[in-house]
Design a binder for this molecule. Structure first.
Ligand SMILES: *[C@@H]1O[C@H](CO)[C@@H](O)[C@H](O)[C@H]1NC(C)=O
Ligand SMILES: *[C@@H]1O[C@H](CO)[C@@H](O)[C@H](O)[C@H]1NC(C)=O
Ligand SMILES: *[C@@H]1O[C@H](CO)[C@@H](O)[C@H](O)[C@H]1NC(C)=O
Length: 693
């Protein structure tokens, strides 16, 4: 093994020479050296002993650092052909770090991490550069390939940083300061948290644009004096020693902000793991420090920017909810939530041109996934939870996993804490989001719907509708996520209390939105029209992307309907893809009405105030109107029947209204309890209907 150390140092000397003095080595010697280096990389991939021998050697890290420095100098000057050698160096370093503390410390002491930071910047720059126009095919391909090479090195460098910081709170913090900047401005806020999210629309947008980092300055002092840590005096004590090891070389905060734009879902994992390992609480982590880093990330403009990019990334790639990326980001959002910063984050991601920005929509979606009871998740997802270990399954870099004893593999079991019940919904959260919904979302959406109605009636020209399907897609995504979150709140006993006690205006507003949609948006019934040819169409659908741009699969909770009613609407769970793409002004807002009815049901259940409020805002009639089949809103008829029953229960005035309506128009029998149906509330807080016989 000592031989291995000598061999590696010799090989590194050769590589360095080939960087600093190109052509000095005889080509056959050079290629033999390269092959030998690759062999060492492979050995460290396999053997723990070799990782420790090399990783604990100061001599090795010194030589690696000098070699990488020389390699970086060449890459800066576009010597792209040297990239494979540099990649081998970073792969090797990444592997050695699996030997934990001593290797991590040596890598930092010798300044290897600084060179990797520089390399990351170089990779990001080269990979972001637009492909030159007017190239011939061969040159074009070469350039694409070159950029792909830099991306691969970038990914390995991110893995390196993940491995460098695991299990070392101080170093994690240093990595944070490098990525997000030193918090020089923190001590000026004078509050424990970032400024409250009120009155912020305008100035926040400006603030988040460009922070003013001050390299090196105040790492220790400002940070400890810095308010985000004032509650944790143990943390403060730890932070005191921080400035000592902080290597300000190549300090360039924000340098990772563009990374999400360059990568794909399976490539971005190491970046997400860095964030996860820095802020998510798991067994064995230092809770106070995770909290400090979470606050630090959100307090810094660069931190918010990176978080926004990552959220937008998740939305743009339409990453599956079970996907590693979604789950890790869910944990990150949960950490932000537990630190009381979700409203702040939501406000930060606002901008003037969107009702709900894409980042906000994804944040809402992840928040809902955090609050959703776990029982909805199949067990195996939790078992398959990737450990925090640097093993990248599916990555071209993971030949075989060298990371059995990686510093983070201990965390893998801890991630089973995902089995914990969802966090309690603190009253501030429904209050905040109900207000955001009522103030920021509802008014503009109602305007759009009213205009759609006016166009439909011929009172306005089609041209008056200026939104494109693309715009509508974003707006729809936002309101959809909001309503999904509100459904969750309405099904949670405490959150529901907050709403029916303090935020009753929501009921009136929802009734209003439903009424406007009822007037302006036609119901869609495709079942009968298409039934005869349905099988053929289904076949087709598999090969084609859905034509209905914003239609989306939706979890039809058919088990909710206990009275067998779903037969009347058979096949409506795949109603997308069968319609022509509509003009923007004909957009039908699928599922929205149904969400509203479900929310009103839950809120009105057993609550006289809400029942009365619905009646006073003329909501009984509006809900009665929804007792019809509408394939844009699967099961809305059943939900409306249940909603009416919730409104009538113990409320003579509401019963009277329905009796009166019944004289004039059809009220479904189930509403009036003539056919032995009983309404009940299930353990998940959902209203259901069953036959009583
Ligand atoms: C953690 O990192 C710091 C700063 O880089 C270093 O000084 C310290 O020795 C490391 N701790 C351990 C236990 O290795
Ligand atoms: C919030 O903004 C409103 C109107 O812009 C202003 O009247 C009010 O004083 C502001 N409140 C705070 C706390 O700044
Ligand atoms: C830490 O906090 C506790 C309780 O808030 C306090 O009593 C103690 O004096 C603090 N210690 C230091 C060193 O500030």
């Amino acid at each position: 093994m000592a031989l291995l150390e000598d061999l590696l140092v010799t090989l590194l000397f050769g590589v360095e020479a080939s960087f600093t003095h190109p052509g000095i080595l005889i080509p056959t010697v050079e290629s033999t050296g390269d092959a030998e280096l690759k062999n060492v990389v492979k050995t460290t991939q396999r053997s723990r002993e070799s990782r420790e021998t090399l990783g604990f050697s100061e001599r090795v890290w010194k030589a690696m650092t000098e070699t990488l420095l020389a390699g970086n100098d060449q890459l800066v000057h576009n010597k792209h052909h040297l990239l494979p050698k540099v990649w081998d160096l970073v792969l090797l370093a990444r592997n050695l770090l699996a030997a934990k503390e001593r290797a991590q410390n040596l890598a930092a002491e010798e300044g290897f991490d600084a060179e990797v930071r520089r390399l990351l910047s170089i990779c990001i720059e080269k990979a972001s550069k637009p492909v030159s126009p007017n190239l011939d095919k061969a040159a074009h391909e070469k350039e694409i390939q070159m950029k792909g090479g830099y991306k691969k090195v970038m990914i390995t460098a991110l893995q390196f940083f993940n491995n460098l910081m695991t299990c070392n709170e101080t170093r994690k913090l240093h990595v944070w300061l490098h990525i997000f900047g030193t918090p020089s401005s923190m001590h000026t806020t004078g509050q424990n948290n970032p400024p409250p999210a009120k009155n912020t629309t305008k100035n926040k947008a400006k603030k988040s644009a460009k922070p003013q980092p001050s390299p090196g300055s105040g790492v220790g002092v400002a940070f400890v004096g810095g308010t985000p840590v004032s509650h944790h005096n143990e943390t403060a004590a730890k932070c005191n020693s921080l400035s000592a090891g902080f290597n300000a070389k190549y300090y360039k905060p924000g340098f990772l902000t563009d990374v999400p734009r360059l990568l794909q879902p399976d490539e971005i994992e190491p970046l997400l793991m860095i964030l996860q390992s820095g802020i998510v609480v798991f067994e064995g982590s230092d809770e106070a420090m995770q909290s400090v880093r979470c606050k630090l990330m959100l307090a810094q403009g660069y931190g918010r920017s990176l978080l926004r990019e990552v959220l937008v990334f998740l939305g743009a790639w339409e990453v599956d909810e079970d996907d590693f990326c979604s789950r890790v980001l869910g944990q990150i959002v949960e950490a932000i939530l537990l630190n009381g910063l979700i409203p702040y984050a939501y406000e930060c991601f606002r901008d003037d041109k969107d009702i709900v920005t894409p980042a906000q929509s994804v944040l809402l979606k992840l928040l809902a996934s955090v609050y959703r009871p776990q029982s909805n998740l199949p067990q195996q997802h939790l078992e398959a939870w990737p450990s925090g270990s640097p093993t990248l399954t599916g990555s071209p870099l993971a030949l075989d996993s060298p990371y059995g004893d990686s510093p983070t593999s201990a965390a893998s079991k801890d991630k089973a804490t995902a089995l914990d019940p969802p966090p309690h919904i603190e009253s501030a959260i429904p209050t905040f989001f109900v207000n955001a919904f009522r103030k920021q979302v509802l008014p503009p959406v109602i305007k759009i719907i009213q205009l759609q109605g006016a166009i439909r009636k011929g009172k306005e020209n089609k041209e008056a509708f200026e939104l494109s399907l693309w715009d509508l897609d974003r707006i729809y995504e936002g309101i959809y996520q909001f309503l999904e979150l509100l459904v969750l709140f309405s099904e949670d006993e405490d959150a529901k209390q907050v709403i029916v006690t303090n935020e009753k205006g929501l009921v009136t507003d929802l009734v209003r939105l439903l009424g406007e949609m009822d007037k302006a948006i036609p119901r869609y019934v495709h079942t009968k029209a298409t039934k005869a040819i349905e099988p053929a169409k289904k076949e087709e659908k598999k090969s084609e992307p859905p034509k209905h741009l914003v239609e989306r699969p939706f979890d039809v909770r058919s088990e909710e309907i206990d009275n067998g009613k779903e037969e009347s609407e058979g096949g409506n769970d795949d109603d997308d893809g069968e319609r022509e793409l509509v003009d923007p002004d004909e957009f039908t807002w699928p599922s929205i009405k149904r969400f509203i009815v479900v929310i009103i049901s839950s809120l009105a259940w057993g609550n006289r105030d809400v029942q009365d409020l619905v009646r006073e805002s003329a909501g009984v009639q509006v809900i009665l109107n929804q007792c019809k089949i509408d394939d844009d809103n699967p099961f809305i008829r059943e939900h409306s029947i249940m909603c009416l029953r919730a409104l009538l229960q113990g409320n003579p005035e509401n019963q009277k209204i329905v009796e009166e309506l019944n004289a004039r128009e059809v009220v479904p029998n189930e509403v009036l309890d003539k056919h032995g149906y009983a309404t009940f509330i299930d353990p998940n807080g959902r209203i259901k209907l069953k036959k009583t016989d």
